[in-house]
Design a protein around this ligand. Sequence first.
Ligand code: HEM
Length: 420
Amino acid sequence: MSDSTDTVIERILELQGCDPRPHGPSRRLLVSDPEGFGAILHSTAFERTDFVGLLAGPGLLASDGDRWRARRRIVQPAFPPRRPEAHLEHIEWAMPAFIERLEDLARDRRPTCLLEEVTRIVGRIIYRSVFGIEIDPADHRIARFEPMLHAAGELMLSLVTPSGRVDGPLVDRVRRTRIAADEEIDWILERRRTRPVEGVDDALGRLLAAREEGLIDDEGIRDEVRALVLASTETSSNSLVWCLRLLAGRPEIRATIEQELDADDETRLEAAILETLRLYPPVWSNERQATVAIELANQQWAIGDRAVLSVYRLHRDPALWPDPDRFDPDRFIDPEGGPRRPPHRFAYLPFGAGRHLCVGRNLALLEMNRILRTILGRFRIEFEDPDAIEPMLGVVIRAATPITVRVAGRDPLQASEPPA
Ligand code: HEM
């Protein structure tokens, strides 16, 4: 990436850090140190604000208190934290079509949109593992949520930057795109009812069972499906794109990963994934609101004050991460071998912390691992103009313009071979 890399982000974060109302009610105060993050995310005196709810409705991602606790209890068992391999079957189910697609692209050498390619496989994995339904590889259904995700991104930017304006047309657009997303949710619910994948312990199955017990109603199920889509797709697919982009800029690291993968060693691949999530944390900013007057994180908080939690700043703090803008997966590898811990318990929070810790983190990490392993083990992704790629903030950190790539086989013979 060019020297100007991340200037867009820096500018927005600077704005975000300037509090337009430092003395008034409902102040917005920036938090970007690890102690502050730990204190606020673990405090019962701080709750979620309404801002994520505005993006996708009051699902698990946006709620707090008793309602959140009840919903989390329903969904959590579908994501067993100590059995990440529970998701492996779904990922492996989606992989052959993905490989076939990449082989096609490598044969034709035609340019393609990288984000769209990875979103297709992420979408198929999510539909099967979270909603219990199988999608045909040619059916890019997850794209039906894209207008909602884009409008939500715009709204998010307006909400977190003091100069941003949430005007009527934007709110209307979010509402309209949400109606379109709900048509897809109707389809998901109908398909789940008529053609469920047998033997899958999926989140939607758990929500439907909870409805039978009177623990949630139809509207609640819709809110949760919308939240699960918002939480699970753009986060993973943009992280995959950033990882490939970062590796394209450091061919020596990519080569080491390829060699390690050939020897069935994933140490550096895993570290590259963690390092990507440090530099481009999809949830780059978050908010919490004080529910009582309290002194916490070296700050006096009044009821209603908002803590703006800048994960992006935390992850690039030079006091924690030397040469913070440098892509260096070795930060996460212990010189003695094995993984290395972050420099502080709360210095590295791509999946959050405390009671709202991401429910899908194991699924996300495993799917990123398998998708990247497949790509790096067999293919080369050639970027047209990598230095022109600028990051942009929305719901997640994404590229400002679509990234066009060509696919090649890693072994040139493999790419030119006709299909069997
Ligand atoms: C790279 C991928 C992902 C990243 C970086 C990520 C990040 C996060 C973060 C930071 C939070 C905490 C938000 C907060 O504190 O308010 C969160 C919550 C959540 N995530 Fe993820 N996530 C990812 C993938 C997924 C996936 C694949 C799923 C589900 C299939 C998922 C489902 C959720 C849910 C339901 C919550 C709300 C948890 C709660 O409040 O109890 N996420 N995620």
